[in-house]
Design a protein around this ligand. Structure first.
Ligand code: FES
Length: 595
């Protein structure tokens, strides 16, 4: 049996912690990136001895290694089936002649994290990046799905020098209650709204609780997780046709097996030809992903995540570019919260292949994907079938323009986002009186106060819910309609904040106001009674208060309103997090060319 020796190794110069030193790097498998004990032959010997203790025969230890990122967690219901996916990936790796090695990373279960999973997305990206880099693998399969996991993994993978395949966990199936079809979490919000409006009682809302999320997988609508899944496939980082397969469908296991096998194929390529994430996530591929985001009526969160992913690669996504693309890209799919259907319907309708085929005239077809094919080559092989109730044509779209629009003006010099596809067009040109809540705590304390002075044509404003606020930019931008207005039948009103909104939510909700209130952005200067003007037609968002008054208010703002926490990850987060227009990435992770 042949033994890999460090004498076959390539010696390279590397820089770590500012010091230049020589390290030895093997080309393949367990001999990659050896632990430094000062004697590299001993390092390899010791590693193999320890690997042998796990019961491997010596022959298999010479195979190319495919790392499989395990994001299963008891705190992540959306990833409940990850162990089964891992088994299928392993099968694919072994059948293709590789050695599968599972490794854990942080998992982010959207509803289990406080104050918000967003605070931990960058941490997960660092975990993913460093574990790919530090451990000896020739390729990696990253299993992700729940909201922040896929973007964190893409951010982490962006700078990997090995091939990476995203394996999407897949969406939940819908549930039923008394003949009504239900899916998380648009229907969670719909029923909660009915409960708040007094249309259903406590028994009614309790009964629905076990009917909303009935299988493993990610939220059943075009929420953030599904949006990121579609974007990941559009970027070319997941195998074709895998974004919409339901989590519990046998095709999901076949996709897992195929991802494992393809990872081996990519691992075996010569170093110079390795299909690394940087070769896949090019500016052209990012533009394709933006087109897809707009055409699927995708989540507002996705623009923040895609900006962060692209930012790791030095690719800027200016919000005015989003508007240009949005004007040219129609909404093609009819999924909640924009439309009527669920992710399993998109799968049955033909999946992302159909959407990409419809969008073909707008896409950059030369982009390479993890399959080894270009996007154009992939689309030549797409089946003809499509359910037009779910995926429409470019000439007969759901909406003629893209789902998202960015607004700029004196209230948001750095921009704000509106998901117009899920908003009420009757509110697109609005001037109204601001009703200001200074924090989430203030909102909770007063929004349902019967004495709150608020009318249906007022504009609700929430301050101090941005990335540097104590709340760390939670999905709280979907401000509840005050109970007294909800009970009078009001379904929507303009709401503005520096927070985010769940991709499963809907309403005329303006988010990600930049710069945020906590760092003294104009949002911090708004007072109840001020006039605000929103114009989607003009892409504008303005605070109608004169400059002298604003300067006076600015002088009264507290200094150092958000002091840095004393220690730990919280300190790293608050010291380093950037604004929404930079993807809320950490300053030291974003490509320096963009800072
Ligand atoms: Fe995991 Fe919605 S809670 S995707």
């Amino acid at each position: 049996m042949a033994t890999i020796s460090v004498h076959q190794a390539v010696t390279i110069e590397a820089t770590a912690f500012g010091r230049k030193h020589t390290m030895t790097k093997q080309k393949r498998g367990l001999a990659r990136g050896l632990t430094n004990y000062g004697d590299m032959d001993f390092s390899l010997y010791l590693r193999r001895a320890n690997a042998a203790s796990m019961g491997y025969g010596s022959e298999i230890l010479h195979k190319p290694v495919v790392g499989i990122a395990d994001t299963g967690s008891g705190f992540n219901n959306c990833h409940r089936h990850v162990p089964e996916l891992i088994d299928a990936v392993k099968r694919g790796v072994l059948a293709a002649g590789g050695l599968p090695v599972v490794f854990p990373t942080i998992s982010l279960g959207e509803t289990f994290l406080s104050p918000t999973s967003m605070m931990y997305r960058n941490l997960m990206s660092m975990d993913t990046e460093e574990m790919i880099r530090a451990q000896p693998m020739d390729a990696a399969v990253l299993i992700g799905g729940c909201d922040k996991t896929l973007p964190a993994q893409l951010m982490g993978a962006a700078n990997a020098d090995i091939p990476v395949i995203s394996l999407i966990t897949g969406p939940q199936l819908t549930g039923h209650s008394e003949g009504e079809r239900l899916g998380a979490c648009t229907d969670c919000r719909r029923f909660w709204g009915k409960f708040r409006a007094g249309e259903i009682d406590q028994d009614g809302i309790d009964k629905i609780e076990t009917r909303l999320v009935t299988t493993s997988g990610t939220c059943a609508v075009m929420g953030t997780a599904s949006t990121m899944a579609c974007i990941t496939e559009a970027l070319g980082m997941a195998l074709p046709g895998t974004a919409a397969i339901p989590a519990v469908h046998a095709d999901r296991l076949r996709a897992s097996e195929a991802s494992g096998a393809q990872a081996v194929a990519l691992a075996l390529a010569p170093d110079a030809e390795k299909l690394t994430p940087r070769k896949i996530m090019t500016p052209a591929a990012i533009e394709n992903a933006l087109r897809v985001l707009l055409s699927i009526g995708g989540s507002t969160n996705a623009i923040v995540h895609l900006t962060a992913v692209a930012g790791r690669l030095g690719i800027p996504i200016p919000l005015d570019q989003l508007n240009t693309l949005s004007d040219e890209t129609p909404v093609l799919i009819d999924l909640k919260p924009t439309g009527e259907h669920y992710m399993e319907d998109l799968f049955k309708a033909g999946g992302m292949g159909v959407v990409l085929r419809e969008l073909k005239p707008l896409l950059n077809l030369d982009c390479i994907t993890v399959s080894g094919q270009t996007l154009g080559e992939r689309l030549e092989g797409e089946p003809a079938y499509v359910d037009r109730a779910v995926v429409r044509t470019m000439v007969d779209p759901i909406q003629p323009m893209g789902g998202l629009v960015s607004l700029f003006g004196s209230l948001a010099p750095g921009g704000a986002i509106l998901k117009r596809s899920a908003a009420d067009p009757a509110l697109f040109e609005t001037e109204g009186r601001a009703i200001v809540f200074s924090s989430l705590e203030d909102l909770a304390a007063r929004v349902d106060d019967p004495d709150l002075d608020i009318e249906p044509n007022d504009i609700m404003v929430l301050q101090n819910a941005g990335p540097k606020s104590p709340a760390a930019m939670p999905e709280a931008g979907y401000l509840p309609i005050p109970k007294k207005l909800a009970r009078a039948g009001l379904k929507d009103m303009v709401r503005i904040s520096d927070a985010r909104m769940s991709g499963t939510a809907y309403g005329t909700i303006i988010l990600h106001v930049t710069p945020e209130a906590a760092i003294g952005g104009p949002l911090a200067l708004v007072r109840t009674g001020d006039r605000i003007r929103v114009s989607v037609k003009n892409r504008s968002l303005d605070l109608l208060v004169d400059d002298a008054e604003l300067e006076h208010r600015r002088a009264e703002l507290p200094k150092n309103a958000v002091p840095s926490p004393p220690r730990g990850y919280q300190k790293l987060y608050y010291d380093s997090v950037l604004q929404a227009d930079a993807g809320c990435d950490f300053d030291f992770l974003r490509d320096p060319s963009l800072l």
